[in-house]
Design a binder for this molecule. Structure first.
Ligand SMILES: [Mg+2]
Length: 361
């Protein structure tokens, strides 16, 4: 079987159609890294490593430096038959989760191409027939969010995720304005991105019931698991953990404690598609729902996540919309968005992830 001949990585910066804002950050770009694994028979595997300083503690530079550190140790290994050896080297540290995700993705892209499989087939699927993503409304004033929500619903989306950021009274006005703008048939979920204190969150969840909100994500600071537990206990709306559950270890421990109803799994937090697939199996076993979410990523990172959404029964909440925010397209192939946010996996017998950078160094 072919062996790894080389690995390289480069920065990719894509402007967004408009500034994307959440409670503790805003950005006008998708700032990310593409990773390439070259095999000695000419096959190339690609992955994306999209760091988030606030969530994964990484920067573009730290991603590039970790990929460089690991690259040499993977040379000469066969991604099909020596995968466990490769994974042990990639995941030998706790940090660098986005860098590890990009490396794992690129290795799996190469391995599934070598086997003549799509990554979805390699992961054991697809087994669901239709998966829809929500559309995220960036944090803004109540009237701006309502206007954006109306525009998105006109384009056919049926599920919206509203970014909230406190104060609670203003957040309630945001949800009220959006609900009024889109009517009762649109599903609304909210993400406070840690903006509320424990007391504010308990108050917010009871106020939000009135607007038929289906999910409240990360209401309180990531380090306070007790807060999540208390909010959950007081809430009739299901509560999801995102920043409180990053690594596989954190996901499993939170799930085992039964603290929340839903856990948001992101490839960049957990370290790649196989780590995520493991987490999804654990959640399914424990009867906890998963959200599949993302950073501000391109189609290269979103496509394997979309494939996981098609493979897992636990992935009930899908939030894989970031390629729609990009003002330019840096990727050829990959997931396509159909009517109402339908995720269409790459067809035409494409192998691996089925997406590749338009430009390579
Ligand atoms: Mg979130």
């Amino acid at each position: 079987m072919p062996r790894i001949a080389g690995i390289d990585a480069w920065r990719v910066r894509v402007p967004l159609r408009s500034v994307f804002r959440i409670s503790y950050a805003e950005t006008a770009y998708a700032d990310t890294v593409f990773v390439r694994v070259r095999l000695d028979d000419g096959v190339e595997g690609y992955g994306e490593a999209c760091p988030s300083l606030h969530v994964t503690g990484e920067t573009i530079d730290s991603v590039l430096s970790y990929v460089g550190l690991v690259a040499n140790s993977l040379k000469g290994l066969d991604p099909v038959s020596e995968l466990s050896k490769i994974l042990a080297k990639i995941h030998g540290v706790e940090g660098f989760s986005a860098a590890r995700a990009g490396l794992e993705m690129a290795v799996l892209d190469a391995a599934s191409k070598s086997l003549g499989l799509s990554l979805a087939e390699y992961l054991g699927g697809p087994m669901r027939s239709r998966v829809y993503t929500d559309y995220t409304i960036s944090l803004a004033s109540p009237s701006e969010m309502a206007e954006e929500a109306r525009r998105v619903v006109e384009k056919g989306f049926r599920v919206l995720k509203l970014k909230l950021g406190g104060p609670v009274e203003e957040d309630i006005r945001r949800v009220e304005a959006v609900r009024e703008a889109v009517g009762s048939s649109i599903r609304l979920r909210v993400d406070a991105n840690q903006a509320w204190s424990r007391r504010e969150a308990v108050k917010a969840v009871s106020r939000l019931e009135e607007y038929d909100v289906e999910l409240v994500e990360q209401p309180t600071p990531y380090w306070c698991i007790d807060c999540l537990e208390e909010v959950s206990r007081h809430s009739r709306i299901p509560v999801a953990a995102d920043e409180s559950a990053k690594s596989l270890r954190e996901v499993v421990s939170l799930a085992a404690r039964g603290v929340v109803d839903v856990i948001n799994i992101k490839l960049m937090k957990i370290g790649g598609p196989l780590q995520a697939a493991t987490a999804l199996r654990v959640l399914e076993r424990l009867g906890i729902d998963a959200m599949l979410g993302c950073m501000v990523e391109t189609r290269l990172g979103i496509t394997p996540a979309a494939m996981l959404a098609y493979v897992s029964e636990a992935a009930r909440f899908i939030d894989l919309d970031s390629p729609l925010f990009l003002a330019e397209e840096p990727v050829e192939g990959g997931v396509e968005y159909g009517e109402g946010g339908l995720l269409r996996l790459p067809g035409g017998g494409r192998k691996g992830i089925g997406a590749r950078p338009l430009k390579t160094p």
